[in-house]
Design a binder for this molecule. Structure first.
Ligand code: DX5
Ligand code: ZN
Length: 228
C-alpha cells in the first residue's frame, strides 16, 4: 500500500501571492504542490500556464504535480516539462491510447512522471487500464474540474474502490490521488476507498491555519490507514 501524501492545491490561495501558497506547502511539510492548469475550454475557468510554473519552480524544491485540465496537452507538454513539472497529469477525456503513448514518450524521455485524471462521471477507459504500468498517478476527480471550494461528490467512491482494487490486483504501486473537496471530514471515506494522495485546496488554504491544516489531513489519513 502506498504512503499517504498531501498535495495542497494553490488555486485556493490568493492568486496574487502564489509564492506565499507554495511557502505554506513547504512549511506544512506537504509531499507535493498541486498546480491546476485550466484553459477555459476543457473546464470553465482560466488559471495559469507554464510561465507561472517556471517562476514558482525557482522558489521551492517541492515536487510539482501539474494537473493539466486543457484540451490540447500535446501542444504544451514540452513547455510544462521545461517549466519544471515533475508529474504531468493529463485528462483521459481528451486522449486515446495512441495520444497517451505519444505524451508518455515525451515525458518519460525527460525522466518525469505521467499521471492520468478522470472526471467524476468518466470511467477508467480500457486503453488506460491496459497501460496502467506507465501511469504513476491516477487522479480520480471528485468535483467537476474548474474551481476550488466545491463539495466532494461522494458518488465517486465506488469507482475509487474499483480502481484501487485494480491497482492492487495488478501488484502495481500506482498512486491514487483524489482531487476535489477533500476536507478533514471526508478523509476517512477517501482513504477507506483506496485514495492515498489527497489534493486539498480549500481544505488547506481555506483554513485559519493552512500550515497546520496540512498535518491535520495527514494525521487523519494515517489514522484511518492504520486502523485498516
Ligand atoms: C478543480 C481542481 C482541484 C481543486 C481542488 O478543478 O482540479 O484541484 O482546485 O480544490 P478543492 O480542494 O478546494 O476542491
Ligand atoms: Zn486539480
Amino acid at each position: 500500500m502506498n504512503e499517504i501524501k498531501i498535495a495542497p492545491s494553490i488555486l485556493a490561495w490568493d492568486l496574487g501571492d502564489l509564492e506565499g501558497a507554495v511557502q505554506i506547502s513547504v512549511r506544512g511539510g506537504a509531499d507535493q504542490v498541486h498546480l491546476d492548469v485550466i484553459d477555459g475550454h476543457f473546464a470553465p475557468n482560466i488559471t495559469f500556464g507554464p510561465g507561472t510554473v517556471k517562476a514558482l519552480r525557482g522558489r521551492c524544491d517541492l515536487k510539482f504535480d501539474t494537473h493539466l485540465m486543457i484540451d490540447s496537452p500535446h501542444l504544451y507538454v514540452d513547455k510544462f516539462l521545461e517549466a519544471g513539472s515533475d508529474l504531468l497529469t493529463f485528462h483521459a477525456e481528451v486522449l486515446n491510447g495512441s495520444k497517451f503513448d505519444e505524451l508518455y514518450r515525451v515525458v518519460h524521455a525527460k525522466g518525469k512522471e505521467v499521471g492520468l485524471a478522470i472526471k467524476p462521471k468518466t470511467d477508467l477507459p480500457r486503453w488506460a487500464s491496459d497501460r496502467l504500468d506507465r501511469i504513476s498517478t491516477l487522479v480520480v476527480m471528485t468535483v467537476n474540474p474548474g474551481f476550488s471550494g466545491q463539495s466532494m461528490d461522494l458518488s465517486v467512491m465506488p469507482k475509487l474502490r474499483k480502481i484501487s482494487a485494480l491497482v492492487e490486483d495488478r501488484g502495481l504501486l500506482t498512486d491514487i490521488e483524489v482531487d476535489g473537496g477533500v476536507e478533514p471530514e471526508n478523509v476517512q471515506e477517501v482513504v477507506k476507498s483506496g485514495g492515498n494522495v489527497l489534493v486539498a485546496g480549500a481544505g488547506v488554504y481555506g483554513k485559519k491555519d493552512p500550515v497546520k491544516a496540512i498535518s491535520v489531513l495527514r494525521e487523519r489519513a494515517r489514522r484511518v490507514r492504520d486502523a485498516q
